[in-house]
Write a protein that binds this ligand. Structure first.
Ligand code: DGY
Length: 323
């Protein structure tokens, strides 16, 4: 009898995903957050041929060193900055992620956060629930008119482009900064103007939204100097990765009203949130949910499981390898 490959799924996902894996591999499923430390993941990893990881699981070089049998890591996310891909490459471990299936949900979620932020939805709800609503007034909870705004997008990949299209339909002007400029046809389609200078974007835009991956180049790309360049009436939206923004500088910019507000989905040290962000009244803070739809989260799981089955069982599921 041939032994089936062993796979660790670090926490529960949709049952369709674990059922599919269980048909072909020996599957162990962790508890929520059980493998969010290098120690817990490193202690477990030597037993497995495959790992289906969450973006909160730190697959560092020291974890990879202990992964003697591991052949595949499938990350249940499009971002894979939690994985030391160089160490995986050297160890001959394949790495897969989940692009495309979350583009629309993340763009929709970004719009929800953007609108909630600039139109003060959470703050006005608190006001109402606190019994402070004393009737309609012409000057309470005012925000910008979107069709008069320029949106600045940093990171114009699939999600950035999907956000651009949605915001064009609100009549916003689009400016973007990206590692490489889009081709002329795509720029025309999106009606987006390119700038090679993030500070020019900071100075020109009324709302700035981040959709770049976290890399050495993008770490703290939004820093104190960037906030100094922004208009005092402008808003920052971050649905990319926390460390793209210097959170201490953001908290200061919010408290000192250097910018009008921020909508933040991702944090530098998730699940911790900087206390000065928690106390900033002009920040809308949500717990990394912009991709959270039933369809998308299920599809992300299936794509990740497909990569595991292709690598360990020679199957032919749709998947995307980055290493
Ligand atoms: C991802 O897939 O990288 C997203 O952050 C999940 O929402």
């Amino acid at each position: 009898m041939t032994t089936r490959p062993r796979v660790l799924l670090t926490e529960p996902v949709f049952s369709e995903v674990s059922d599919l894996l269980e048909q072909h591999v020996e599957l162990d499923i962790g508890r929520r957050g059980q493998y969010n430390s290098v120690k817990s993941l490193g202690d477990a990893i030597c037993d497995y041929d495959g790992l289906l990881s969450m973006l909160s699981n730190p697959v560092t070089s020291s974890v990879v060193e202990r992964a003697q049998k591991l052949r595949i890591i499938a990350n249940h996310a499009v971002g894979y900055n939690n994985i030391d891909t160089e160490a995986c490459r050297k160890a001959g471990i394949r790495v897969a992620n989940t692009p495309d299936v979350l583009t629309d949900a993340t763009a929709d979620g970004t719009l929800a956060l953007l609108l909630a932020t600039v139109r003060h939805i959470p703050a006005s709800q608190d006001f109402l629930r606190n019994g402070e609503f004393d009737g309609w007034h012409p000057t309470t909870f005012l925000g910008p008119e979107l069709k008069e705004c320029t949106l600045g997008i940093i990171g114009m990949g699939r999600i950035g482009q999907a956000v651009a299209l949605r915001c064009r339909s609100f009549g916003m002007k689009i400016m973007y900064h990206n590692r490489s400029r889009l081709n002329a046809k795509t720029e025309r389609h999106l009606e987006a103007e390119y700038t090679s200078d993030p500070h020019h974007l900071a100075k020109s835009c009324d709302i700035i939204t981040l959709h770049c991956p976290l890399t050495d180049e993008t770490h703290h790309i939004i820093d104190e100097a960037f906030f100094r360049s922004m208009k005092s009436s402008a808003y920052l939206i971050n649905a990319a990765r926390g460390p793209v923004v210097d959170e201490t500088a953001l908290a200061r910019a919010l408290h000192e009203n250097q910018i009008a507000g921020a909508g933040i989905d991702v944090f530098e040290e998730e699940p911790k949130v900087h206390p000065d962000l928690l106390s900033a009244p002009n920040a809308v803070l949500v717990p990394h949910i912009t991709s959270a739809t039933y369809t998308t989260r299920r599809a992300m799981g299936m794509l990740a499981a497909g990569a595991i089955l292709n690598e360990l069982c020679g199957m032919d599921h749709k998947c995307n390898f980055v290493v």
